[in-house]
Design a binder for this molecule. Structure first.
Ligand code: ATP
Ligand code: MG
Length: 455
């Protein structure tokens, strides 16, 4: 195993003080898979006070102390060192009622969630694998340690963790583990919304998100009931070869693995069932669904306590996902500039990613609509490279200029600037100071006249 020296050094220091110590959990799993672990966890026979004594002089973080965890900052990296523990009862289906220390590594491994997460390794003794983790790793299987129903009963978050690891690692859910996850899914309502959100994002950004969404949507529908309305909803449309849920899932798999984009793909058509109508020929239509989907996304993400920035970004992308960008020549430039102005550069390109994924999730003969996105991207890159004007900060006049030219201060200034920008984007005015100032004077005069007539 390729282990950073600070982690090996920590094990050696605990050994020198007479304690056993092992790397454990995710870092062992990832190293055996040839992946670089995000962080390293140590499990040790040393009680927490002894761990603190061994690392006296280092920076210690004690936030996990009541669970037996001491975090030590070594070489700038946090290392979590936890005393071997067993968990007491779980009356709330989430947290152990008490944490019991144990002298046995095997007990500590037995409390862990999945076989692939229940292996320990150190440089002296090598790998300890009591539950067949290595074989499940080789076979690509997520399997509970022990009786799955009992393990999900103890801690309902494990249900979502099973789906998350299945997606991230691309592993199958062992049939008994999946059956138990389904049987116990309702207990997910006891898990905090923040934890649900964190697992959901990891699941969505995983390589097998499409498979997990399409095969386990019924489990995910406990925290996200929106999915139930989408599942199996036939679109009655020649443009589509999938039901609404599958269409959204395929779109999730086709956007880059970035949380806001994956969430936007998941929700982009969530409002379709509520907007469904059929014309006399039987063809399905979904007028206004982008707006309804945006509201559903906003409600769901707010409920799951997502940060405001994510809620706003996802809601905006969903609401605009079907905005037309395919126009001839200069008209396309104008449409692209309006969206660049509205979204800014980064979110504009995210919108194109979403639109491209949406196209790819259509019936095969309509997937070439991605070309529209390619053309819009090309247009946007040219507008940006040429530093063309599409926002107020690019405009050749600002509020101070207007006030200096005699426009009275107040909200009218903002309206005037937006009018000028719209004229520049529409190609009706050049982005030049004098031209814009005289246009502003005309506009201000027109407003004054209009006000007088209404008086
Ligand atoms: P990653 O850090 O990539 O998300 P990980 O496996 O390291 O994956 P963590 O949440 O960091 O996951 O947990 C570290 C280890 O603690 C896990 O590998 C597992 O052994 C154990 N563990 C974590 N959460 C639970 C849980 N809810 N129930 C049982 N064991 C758990
Ligand atoms: Mg970890």
């Amino acid at each position: 195993m390729n282990v950073p020296s600070y982690a090996l050094d920590a094990i050696a220091r605990l050994n020198a003080a007479g304690f056993d110590a092992w790397l454990v959990g995710g870092c062992v799993r990832d190293s055996l898979m040839g992946r670089v672990p995000e962080d390293y966890d140590v499990t040790t026979s040393a009680p927490p006070e002894q761990t603190e004594a061994v690392f006296a002089g280092e920076r210690l973080i004690e936030t996990g102390l009541k669970h037996g965890t001491v975090t030590v900052l070594l070489d700038g990296s946090p290392l979590e060192i936890t005393t071997y523990r067993r968990d007491g009862g779980y009356s709330d289906h989430r947290h152990p009622d008490e944490v019991l220390f144990t002298p046995r590594l095997e007990d500590d491994l037995a409390r862990r969630d999945f076989t692939v997460n229940a292996m320990a390794w150190n440089p002296t003794d090598g790998l300890v694998d009591c539950f067949g983790g290595q074989k499940d790793l080789a076979d690509g299987i997520i399997r509970c340690v022990g009786d799955p129903e009992r393990r999900f009963d103890e801690d309902a978050l494990r249900i979502l963790r099973a789906l998350r690891f299945s997606s991230v690692l691309g592993f199958a859910l062992e049939p008994e583990t999946l059956r138990a996850a389904r049987a116990k899914k309702d207990s997910l309502s006891l898990v905090s919304r923040e934890r649900i959100a964190a697992e959901l994002v990891k699941l969505l950004c995983g390589r097998d998100a499409v498979r997990v969404l399409t095969t386990c949507w019924d489990i995910l529908a406990v925290p996200l009931p929106e999915l139930a309305a989408m599942a199996g909803f036939d679109q009655h449309s020649r443009y589509h070869c999938y039901d609404v849920l599958t269409h959204c899932a395929v779109a999730v798999g086709a956007v880059p693995p970035e949380p806001a984009l994956r969430l936007a793909a998941l929700f982009h058509d969530a409002g379709k069932p509520a907007c469904f109508t059929r014309d006399p020929d039987g063809a399905g239509h979904f007028y206004g669904h982008a707006k309804v989907s945006a509201r559903l996304a906003q409600d769901a993400l707010t409920r799951l306590r997502f940060d405001r920035e994510t809620v706003t970004r996802v809601t905006t992308l969903v609401g605009l996902h079907d905005v037309p960008l395919e126009f001839p020549g200069a008209e396309r430039d104008r449409a692209v500039k309006r969206q660049l102005r509205r979204l800014g550069e980064a979110d504009f390109f995210r919108l194109l990613d979403l639109k491209r994924a949406d196209a790819l999730a259509h019936a095969p003969q309509y997937r070439s609509r991605t070309l529209t996105c390619d053309r819009a991207a090309e247009t946007a890159r040219r507008i940006l490279a040429e530093q063309q004007c599409f926002s107020l900060k690019d405009l050749a006049v600002n509020g101070t200029d207007l006030i200096a030219a005699g426009v009275p201060e107040g909200p009218a200034i903002g309206r005037l600037l937006n009018n000028l920008l719209e004229a520049v984007i529409a190609g009706e005015a050049a982005n030049e100071k004098q031209a814009l100032l005289s246009r502003a004077a005309d506009l201000a005069a027109a407003v004054r006249t209009a006000e007088k007539t209404t008086d």
